[in-house]
Design a protein around this ligand. Structure first.
Ligand code: SF4
Length: 182
């Protein structure tokens, strides 16, 4: 099976999730967020098709990374391929973060997306909203986006954000009370 990527696996990232991470840049996105910084990743036929087995070999060579982040593009548009990779990543004892323009509550309604979600530790969800952009936020671009503890959320059947990433802007706590516009 192949996955469409926007770029080769990036190593040694410290800005796309906690710790030192490798990034899988998926190609293809339909959210069309105004102000998106990754517009070259939108074309569903862009980037390059890569064999998943080849990526597994690259992942096995990682040495200092704590985990892997799926970004893009929209990883959940390739949920089946991402599931296969994510299963392998967990078998290597690496944690998984994933950025998505979808929201958690919609992802769990879709069988293939849910299957991928079940391998993820931390989900940064929701579209980037330019009017809610803030440089004070940790690991996300706009204040509507939430940093979600996926395993606890699935277990307790409600969306649970990770409070250590909460940020107070103008006396308002963001992400605990994040407002989602889609
Ligand atoms: S979801 Fe991400 S990649 Fe897609 S348009 Fe929005 S910011 Fe850009």
């Amino acid at each position: 099976m192949k996955i469409r990527l926007a770029a080769p696996i990036q190593v040694n990232s410290v800005v796309d999730g906690e710790g030192i991470r490798a990034i899988i840049w998926t190609q293809g996105c339909l959210h069309n967020c105004k102000g998106c910084h990754n517009q070259t990743t939108h074309d569903l036929k862009g980037g390059e098709l890569v064999e998943i087995e080849k990526l597994k070999e690259e992942i096995m060579k990682l040495s200092i990374e704590d985990g892997i982040t799926f970004s893009g593009g929209e990883p959940f548009l390739q949920a089946k391929a991402c599931s296969i990779l994510a299963k392998f990543i967990k078998e290597q004892d690496l944690n998984i973060w994933c950025y998505t323009g979808f929201i958690f509550e919609d992802i769990i309604k879709d069988k293939d997306k849910l299957k991928f979600l079940k391998y993820i530790d931390v989900l940064v969800d929701g579209p980037f909203i330019l009017s809610k952009k803030s440089l004070n936020l940790t690991f996300r671009g706009s204040s509507n986006q939430r940093i979600i503890d996926v395993q606890r959320s699935l277990h307790e059947n409600k969306t649970i954000t990770i409070s250590k990433y909460d940020v107070i802007i103008n006396e308002k706590i963001y992400q605990k009370d994040a407002t989602i516009f889609i």
